[in-house]
Design a protein around this ligand. Structure first.
Ligand SMILES: *Cc1c(COP(=O)(O)O)cnc(C)c1O
Length: 456
């Protein structure tokens, strides 16, 4: 290409994808099915429909259809904040003096501040379409709750959010954004559910966890007519909705004839990474192209790099289906000083299978190095990145520096999932030198592995 590549590659509205891409259709080894926690048999559609919306259950179980059309109403909502830009990080390249070419797909240009809105609007749409009154969910740092509140506010659905207690107290602004969009927000564990009361009785001083908030949200959904539970990551349906990120990225790269050598993304439950890599992984699975695909996780919550691939509970209360995934055990809670998000104990079953098949790599990075990378990036590229996203920045910079040593002009694409305006307490800790890099010992991890369900 002789044409100079612009700082930002935007697609036209007319070039936006009209279908999501379902990578499972191209996987030889399909992700393992969700199991009923009582019988250990695969969950049937009927069983799942007690908890999740009907159309979303169909998407969850669909391993065959390669493309799923995006309903017009969702496409119209997407147009309020999409297509998102694919940015050429010229300023970062210059600063690093690297021959590598670095691109990032920026998903932070909406009020919720992250990619989570891509799935929130889809899930809210199908709930509304089914004639439901509302949805329940959990939120940790608050991005998912905010995204869902926005989507429900737009469609006029009731939205009940259980927010991990420590975040509820430390992030009052997130909470108020959710309430602005009409959601009700309850700190978890709470005394409003049976499972919450049980957890509080056993651990009165607990600051809560995602797994515990999930149990509460599920309980409220199944015990209130007209309500279903929705989840912001991990599930197959969420990766499907997030494929919009990868499809747009691929279309933008194709416009300029750019072929990436590696694709990097942070991994919490795996939805942004799964979405970003989907079309590229599809090409890889069909033998049409090859890419290095790298998942980046916190050293303090290392599901891929130190977890086991096994059936596990998705929640602390053990009410959800069992999922086969790379997991640290459902009781795992990262050390209290962990500040960078990505704290879920498990990982998307799709990504877990791909990783187990050797189709992608994973690295774990300590949090102070993540904040160093975040700061370096903010100062040259302008965007204040979310700590989660900064895991990907860290490894993109590491790879660009390797290129500097070898002189290779590799093309690196990474996912910049969101902005960090609500994470300034974490930045403050970093700036004040109060952040450390606690990494769990093998003995600690062993303790949680021992709580995995016994499978026969
Ligand atoms: C939720 C979130 C993540 C991690 O979730 P995944 O499902 O792994 O994508 C990453 N970045 C941001 C900004 C988030 O809000």
């Amino acid at each position: 290409m002789s044409e100079k590549i612009p700082y930002k590659i935007y697609l036209e509205e007319s070039e936006m994808p009209d279908s999501w891409y379902n990578v499972r259709a191209d996987m030889k080894n399909k992700p393992a099915p969700l199991l009923n926690p009582g019988t250990h048999q695969p969950m049937t559609a009927e069983e799942l429909e007690a908890v999740f919306c009907k159309e979303l259950v169909a998407q969850e179980l669909d391993n065959e259809n390669r493309f799923i059309p995006i309903p017009q109403e969702i496409r119209d909502f997407y147009k309020m904040y999409r297509p998102s830009p694919l940015v050429r990080a010229y300023c970062l390249e210059e600063k690093l003096q690297t021959p590598a070419k670095i691109y990032y797909k920026f998903e932070g240009n909406n009020t919720s501040g992250s990619h989570k809105l891509n799935s929130a609007i889809a899930q809210a749409y199908y709930a509304k379409n089914q004639g439901l009154k509302g949805v329940t969910t959990e939120t940790g740092a608050g991005q998912w709750g905010t995204a869902l509140a926005m989507a429900c506010g737009y469609l006029g659905l009731d939205c009940k959010v259980f927010m991990v207690k420590v975040s509820y107290e430390q992030k009052p602004f997130r909470r108020e954004v959710m309430r602005t969009y009409g959601a009700s927000v309850t700190p978890s564990p709470s005394d409003t559910t049976e499972v919450g009361r049980k957890i509080l009785a056993e651990f009165p001083d607990t600051t809560g966890s995602l797994g515990c908030a999930i149990s509460e949200a599920v309980e409220v959904a199944v015990s209130n007519p007209g309500y279903r539970y929705v989840l912001g990551s991990v599930l197959n349906q969420v990766l499907l909705h997030q494929s919009i990120i990868g499809l747009e990225t691929k279309a933008a790269l194709d416009k300029y004839g750019i072929k990436p050598d590696m694709i990097i993304g942070c991994a919490g439950g795996g939805s942004n990474l799964g979405g970003l890599i989907s079309p590229f992984m599809g090409a890889k699975l069909r033998g049409e192209a090859d890419y290095r695909i790298i998942a980046v996780e916190p050293a303090s919550c290392p599901s891929f790099t130190r977890g086991v691939y096994a059936y596990d509970f998705c929640d602390t209360g053990m009410v959800c289906p069992l999922a086969k995934m790379y997991t640290l055990g459902s009781g795992f809670i990262p050390a209290p000083n962990h500040a960078g998000g990505l704290r879920y104990h498990g990982m998307s079953p799709i990504l877990s299978q791909l990783y187990d098949d050797g189709l992608m790599e994973a690295v774990a990075v300590p949090q102070t190095s993540v904040f160093e990378a975040a700061e370096q990036f903010a100062r040259v590229e302008g965007i204040l990145p979310a700590p989660e996203s900064s895991h990907a920045i860290k490894v993109a910079i590491d790879e660009a520096m390797k290129c500097k040593e070898t002189g290779e002009e590799k093309t690196i694409v990474f996912g910049l999932t969101g902005t960090g305006y609500f994470d300034m307490v974490a930045y403050e800790k970093f700036h004040d030198g109060k952040m450390d890099d606690y990494i769990p010992t093998d003995e600690e991890l062993q303790k949680y592995f021992a709580t995995l369900p016994k499978m026969d």
